[in-house]
Design a binder for this molecule. Sequence first.
Ligand code: MN
Length: 238
Amino acid sequence: MDQRPFIGITPSQELDQSPTYKLNSLYAQAIVEAGGLPIILPVLQEKKLIEGLINGIKGLLLSGGVDVNPLLFKEEPHPKMGRIDPYRDFFELEALQIALAQGKPCLGICRGCQVINVALGGTIIQDIPAEKPGTLKHYQEAPYWHPTHTIQIEEDSLLEGILKGRKRTVNSFHHQGVKDLGRDLKGSAYAPDGIIEAIEHEKDLFIMGIQWHPEHLWQKEEASKALFQALVDRAKKG
Ligand code: MN
């Protein structure tokens, strides 16, 4: 029972002359702190191999990163859309579908939240300031570890149970956001301007996306640590 569960973490990648995987090490440290064994997943492109990777882990952590290709949610690219990585899109969407089919828990952070939504047929706001004028500043220029805007958490959500409260202040580094929710997903936290800040699966699956960055906060606050703890605890149950 003391066995640490393998938690696969997806990295970003640089696709230049010397292709490189990149991951903020705070994600892996958070998983270690929570009692898991983090493992960085290579961005493979063959379904069979991706299935092999997911077979070997107990939980999946989709990290932050570049924008999701809008063609994947049947929209043309908005001029304010940022950089995309078609290889990472393919890998993460496959990985999530397999994890879902295997009933394995998944936590998606920032881009990861959007990947979960797109995987389940949802859509993305390609640029919040351009598409939703009047919204608050979601791409903060304050330090990473400094929370800048409030969120309201939905009553009786899985998230409320983890964070143990209905109001928090979070850091915010996103110019995109969840638009229409995917199948069986519900919004579990909202910014005061109505932007969705967290999503979760309606069924008894631990499939959760959050728009802020707890990897920069867990060393300072229990609630952010509790998110990684919830993923690892669920993974331990297998
Ligand atoms: Mn935000």
